[in-house]
Each structure stands twice: as structure tokens, then as C-alpha cells.
Design a protein around this ligand. Structure first.
Ligand code: ACO
Length: 323
């Protein structure tokens, strides 16, 4: 059976770091409030001339160098983003040009904070169906550009960044011991649009708009839906939470992650947390967390890794992979 195996992973965070205390100088908030409600200590903010494609390119380039592949062998580039450089063409095509990956097909995918899980599922299906062999799955965001910096209930929660995972086709036995993506489960419910959205766009207001959120409702749906889609992954693979080596959730809020892990019975020692270092980077948060845990040698070849996310739409999903 063809499997999509991780052969490289890297992240990129913009140089400019903004602490909670710095935000509190211009906003009616405090380091104590932000830390206690979200677990966030700081966030990285892209420079004004730094585009989503620049962040994506830097993470992709680092992953390509680390994996030793040739850019000319890349068949497919999928960028999960809700903050594209421009309305069109796709940010993925800008990344393709910057990399010189002239043999690749490149497109964007938009599922907000679930974007990376959706992109991984999409790429895995292209690889499993033998259409492509080598793909970049990128989550990249400049959420700082769509935040209302006067709205303290949202702007303190997000940051900018990018992460890339390289997936390559390998033949496995078709069982749980195979390396690569073992399953993906995706869901959407468009009726929940108003809980988390951007109040603008090309065909509505003609302006980019700002992120709007019903925080308490998002919180409730996040724990419920991320738990259920994780249980779906465990059941589909006939395993229990104890079998997981690393749980890498979307980094939206430490309280959501704690609540979900508790509900699933996953020990906090197995949970990868990066929310404190760079806030919620939306589609970039899972690849950044994978990169962090791989770089500090927690995630090793052969480990069973479970990812999950929820985002605007609402969209949610999970993926099980053996590293
Ligand atoms: N600083 C200080 N006070 C604030 C701030 C702030 N930055 N923001 C809101 N407050 C105030 C509110 O005005 C309110 O004041 P009031 O009681 O006088 O009206 C008070 O703090 C409490 O506000 P709540 O909304 O009740 O705070 P809550 O405990 O629900 O925490 C939070 C808010 C952090 C947004 C929480 O609801 C949450 O995390 N929701 C999930 C949202 C999320 O993670 N979204 C990410 C995108 S979706 C995803 O990625 C899964």
C-alpha cells in the first residue's frame, strides 16, 4: 500500500517578537489576563514587507535542505492559509516560484485553523492514488494583518508563522506499523459561520476585513469537536489513547488543549505545547509544533503522532501518522 511518509519538517517564525506586556502598553489588557486565559506569553509578528509566501518559502526551504531532496523532484505544493498574499493567484504559486520548484503543481487550501489537517489529508489522497510522489504541505499565516488591534478579546490570541512537512510516497504493508499517514478524518458545519469569521472579502465588502469571534462558543465547540474527531481516529485505527506517543493539537488556547487532553485521557507529558511561544498561528500551528518536537528530539522516527484542529467554518479534523 502506498503511504505518505514524512521525510522533512521545518518552521519559520518572523524575527519581531511582541510580549504580552508590550501589548498591554497600547491595549486595556495585562500579561496576567492573557497568560491565565490562553497560556500565551508572546507572539511573532511579520515585518510590513514580509508576506505569507515569504514565511512559507523560508520554512519550505529549510525543510527541503534538511531532507536533502531536489526542488525539481517536488510534484505538489499545497499551502494552507487564510491570509494569502493577494486574492489571487494562490500563495502556493508564489512559493513555487521562490523555490524554483518548476515541476510542481501548486494551489492554496482554505480551512482556517484546520487548514494543515485538511492539506495533509488532501496531499495524502493524491499520493495514495499515485498521482504524485513528493509533496510539500505548508501551513503559513500572517494573521496580524486581519486582526482588529483595538479588539482586546481577539488580537492578543494570534501570531504569524509558517511550517512545512514534506511527504513522500513509500510502500507499506497496509497496517499500523507502517510509517506515514495512517488516517485522516475531516468535518465541516457551515451553520457555525458566525462564531469565527472575517468581516470582509472580495465579493462581500471589497475589503480584507477583520477577524471576529464568539470566544466562549468557540471554546465549547473546540473541546467537544476536537475530542470527538480524535476518538474517531483512535477507533478507525483500533487503538487507544495510551498507544499514542505524541499528541500534537492545534495551538489555539492552552485551556482548550488541557480540556481536550483530559477528556481523551491523554497524559500531558505526551502533549506538544507551543502556544506559549507564538500564540495561535492558525494553519501554521501544527507544522510548527511538529517541527519543535522533532527538533528537540521528542518526536522520533517510528513514533505514533496524532494531530487535530478546529477552525472557522467551522471545520475540524484529525490525522494519525507514524513518524
Ligand atoms: N484583556 C483583559 N480583559 C479581557 C481581554 C483581554 N485581552 N479580552 C476580554 N477581556 C475581558 C472581557 O471583556 C470580559 O470582561 P467583562 O466580564 O467585564 O465583560 C472578561 O475579560 C471575561 O471575558 P470572557 O470572554 O468571559 O473570557 P473567557 O474566559 O471566555 O476567555 C477567551 C476569553 C480567551 C477568548 C476564551 O473564550 C477562548 O479562548 N476562546 C476560544 C477562542 C480561540 O481560541 N479561538 C482561536 C481560534 S479558533 C481555534 O483556533 C480553535
Amino acid at each position: 500500500m502506498r503511504r505518505s511518509v514524512v521525510i522533512g519538517c521545518a518552521g519559520y517564525l518572523p524575527e519581531n517578537i511582541v510580549s504580552n506586556s508590550e501589548l498591554a502598553k497600547q491595549l486595556d489588557t495585562s500579561d496576567e489576563w492573557i497568560q491565565s486565559r490562553s497560556g500565551i506569553l508572546k507572539r511573532h509578528i511579520a515585518a510590513s514587507n514580509e508576506l505569507t509566501s515569504d514565511l512559507a518559502y523560508k520554512s519550505a526551504d529549510a525543510a527541503i535542505i534538511a531532507s536533502g531532496i531536489s526542488v525539481l523532484d517536488i510534484d505538489l505544493i499545497v499551502v494552507a492559509t487564510s491570509t494569502p498574499d493577494v486574492t489571487f493567484p494562490a500563495t502556493a504559486t508564489a512559493v513555487q516560484a521562490k523555490l524554483g520548484a518548476k515541476n510542481a503543481v501548486a494551489f492554496d487550501l482554505q480551512a482556517v485553523c484546520s487548514g494543515f489537517v485538511y492539506a495533509m489529508a488532501t496531499v495524502d489522497n493524491f499520493i495514495k492514488s499515485s498521482q504524485y510522489d513528493l509533496a510539500l504541505v505548508i501551513g503559513a499565516e500572517t494573521f496580524s494583518r486581519i486582526l482588529d488591534w483595538d479588539d482586546r478579546s481577539t488580537c492578543v490570541l494570534f501570531g504569524d508563522g509558517a511550517g512545512t512537512v514534506i511527504l513522500q510516497a513509500e510502500i507499506g504493508n497496509g497496517d499500523l506499523n507502517d510509517r506515514g499517514v495512517l488516517s485522516t478524518h475531516l468535518h465541516s458545519d457551515g451553520r457555525l459561520h458566525d462564531l469565527l469569521y472575517v468581516d470582509g472579502g472580495p465579493s462581500s465588502t471589497g475589503e480584507v476585513g477583520y477577524l471576529r469571534m464568539e470566544g466562549k462558543e468557540v471554546f465549547r465547540h473546540a473541546i467537544e469537536k476536537m475530542s470527538s474527531v480524535t476518538i474517531e481516529a483512535l477507533k478507525a485505527n483500533n487503538i487507544s489513547a495510551d498507544d499514542i506517543d505524541w499528541f500534537v493539537p492545534h495551538q489555539a488556547n492552552k485551556r482548550i488543549i488541557d480540556g481536550t487532553a483530559r477528556k481523551l485521557g491523554i497524559a500531558m507529558e505526551k502533549v506538544v505545547l507551543t502556544i506559549d511561544k507564538h500564540a495561535n498561528t492558525s494553519a501554521a500551528s501544527i507544522p510548527l509544533a511538529l517541527w519543535t518536537a522533532m527538533s528537540d528530539e521528542r518526536i522520533k522516527t517510528g513514533d505514533l503522532v496524532l494531530i487535530e484542529a478546529l477552525g472557522g467554518g467551522m471545520t475540524w479534523g484529525s490525522g494519525l501518522l507514524r513518524w
